[in-house]
Ligand binder design. Structure first.
Ligand code: NAD
Length: 493
């Protein structure tokens, strides 16, 4: 690994909106307050955006409510075509959007481009789903009446999104909501508001009517979302973020009995059985661990490897980690950018420190990089004992803790020994075991000999304390539709 790190930005911030987007207009916060967006690669100030308060949040919901009836009545093809045009514009402007994302979030330009393609695919997928919303017609079992079942948009939604995928966590909600005919208020993470503001501009250009999508940037997340959750005009909340904040929002949503979707934290186990193809397992581990600098809810959080292959797996993974280049996300050749902020890096340090104190060994990495930016060296820990906090808590950084198991039951027990249940990864070449173990894993998703599960055509989501509801696939649009049934009395002839 190279020791000197290039922390200078090699691109400047493209022209991007830096105001609230409410009712189709760009405006400042009513208070005039703003806050700074920082480049985590070197700590430089990038831009200032409005610090919205309760008044601004209410204005955004007013706009969403005013637009709801007209939007619900808009032809599905028209809704789909707006999404399709937005997909094309996002794809055309990928380099510009990648520069914005890398500068505000830190990951390399290649990773930002990958996220933007993934984010745009939700618009393409839901442009195709908008015209496939349908219902049922049947005759009552006893005859004499007909049962008509229809789907209707849920109504105005609140979307709260995290900083780790500034665009994709938004489009997974915005795409199906637009397709279904819902209006929305989006509150992006305060660390990364610029990508979402850029997206709002693109959707407006694509012809989205005023008020369908509103974006409020704020540092007072609790106050702003609390105001909206308490407003009886809101019909749904969809949240992506930590389990802790998700719990609070579910509690608040009970007041108005809102429809709720929760995409919360993960603690993904990565299982390598003794018959795994180790080349594929190491390749999968690189993706599952190092994608997004480890700052992903789907990131492999802990590696459970069969004793007979654990040393070889650890050696090969450490070699790959050691060859990665750290640097500012915009620098040529950067594989690994900075973590998003100092608190995230401190948490990584704390969890690594705890594991090492309990007897684990850092075979590569195990330390922060001093200087500007929030860099932490890619780290492989071996001999991680059962009690280590890193096996229980989300590390959200480039650290791969490895512990060993002796049989399949022990591996499954270890994998399921967490309150979270988002993703698991399983590497084996035995089909019977692959199916058996996949069925026993308590997660919403399993990567089978695959280091990545995310796909716009698949239902993404967790069980247990990782939340409920699904984003993507045919399931994703159901989150934005209500079922209404009409009983038709048909007199006998
Ligand atoms: P976070 O919970 O701190 O913040 C998420 C969002 O909630 C941000 O917009 C934040 O401003 C807002 N927020 C914070 N406090 C709030 C409050 N009291 N009321 C309302 N909103 C509030 O999470 P984060 O640090 O931004 O993101 C990392 C977390 O997100 C990790 O736990 C990760 O696993 C999870 N995540 C989950 C998924 C998924 O699909 N399951 C995807 C990405 C990230």
């Amino acid at each position: 690994m190279s020791t000197s790190i290039d922390t200078s930005a090699h691109l400047s911030l493209p022209d991007v909106p830096t105001q609230l987007f409410v009712g189709g207009r760009w405006r400042d916060a009513a208070s005039g307050e703003t806050f700074t967006v920082e480049d985590p690669g070197n700590g430089d100030d990038l831009a200032r955006v409005p610090d919205a308060g309760v008044e601004d949040a209410t204005a955004a919901l007013d706009a969403a409510v005013a637009a709801q009836a007209g939007w619900a009545a808009t032809a599905p093809r028209e809704r789909g075509e707006i999404l399709r045009r937005a997909f094309e514009t996002v794809t055309e402007r990928i380099d510009e959007l990648a520069a914005v994302m890398t500068l505000e979030m830190g990951k390399s330009l290649a990773e930002s481009r990958a996220e933007i393609s993934y984010a745009a695919e939700f618009f393409r997928w839901y442009s195709e789903e908008a015209v496939r919303i349908s219902g049922r017609w049947s005759t009552a079992p006893a005859g004499g009446s007909r049962l008509l079942t229809m789907k209707q948009p849920v109504g105005p939604c609140l979307f709260v999104t995290p900083w780790n995928f500034p665009l994709a966590m938004g489009t997974r909600k915005i795409g199906p909501a637009i397709a279904a005919g819902c209006t929305m208020v989006v509150k992006p993470a305060s660390a990364t508001p610029l990508s979402m503001l850029a997206l709002a501009g693109i959707l407006a250009e694509a012809g989205l009517p005023d008020g369908v999508l509103n974006v409020v940037t704020t540092r007072s997340s609790g106050e702003v979302s609390g105001t909206l959750l308490a407003d009886p005009r809101l019909r749904k909340v969809s949240f992506t973020g930590s389990t802790e904040v998700g719990r609070r929002i579910v509690e608040q949503s009970a007041q108005n009995l809102l429809r709720v979707s929760m995409e919360l934290g993960g603690n993904a186990p990565f299982l390598v059985l003794e018959d795994a193809d180790l080349d594929r397992a190491v390749e999968g581990a690189m993706l599952a661990k190092m994608r997004n600098v480890g700052e992903a809810c789907t990131a492999a959080n802990r590696f459970h490897v069969h004793r007979s292959v654990a040393d070889e797996f650890a050696t090969r993974l450490a070699e790959r980690f050691d060859a990665l280049t750290l640097g500012h996300g915009t620098a040529e050749g950067t594989d690994v950018g900075p973590l998003v902020d100092d608190a995230t890096r401190e948490k990584v340090e704390e969890l690594v420190g705890d594991a090492v104190e309990r007897g684990a060994e850092a075979v590569v990495g195990g330390e922060r990089v001093d200087g500007p930016g929030y860099f932490y060296r890619p780290t492989v820990l071996t001999g991680v004992p059962d009690g280590a906090r890193i096996l229980r808590e989300e590390v959200f950084g480039p650290v791969a803790p490895i512990s060993v198991f002796d049989d399949e039951d022990e591996a499954v027990r270890a994998a399921n020994d967490t309150e979270l249940g988002l993703t698991a990864y399983l590497f084996t070449q035995d089909l019977d075991r692959a199916i058996r173990v996949s069925e026993r894993l308590e997660t919403g998703m399993v990567g089978l000999n695959a280091g990545i599960v995310s796909n716009p055509a698949a239902p993404f989501g967790g069980i247990k304390a990782s939340g409920f509801g699904r984003e993507g696939g045919a399931e994703g649009i159901e989150e934005y539709l209500e079922t209404k049934y009409v009983a038709l009395a048909v007199p006998e002839r």
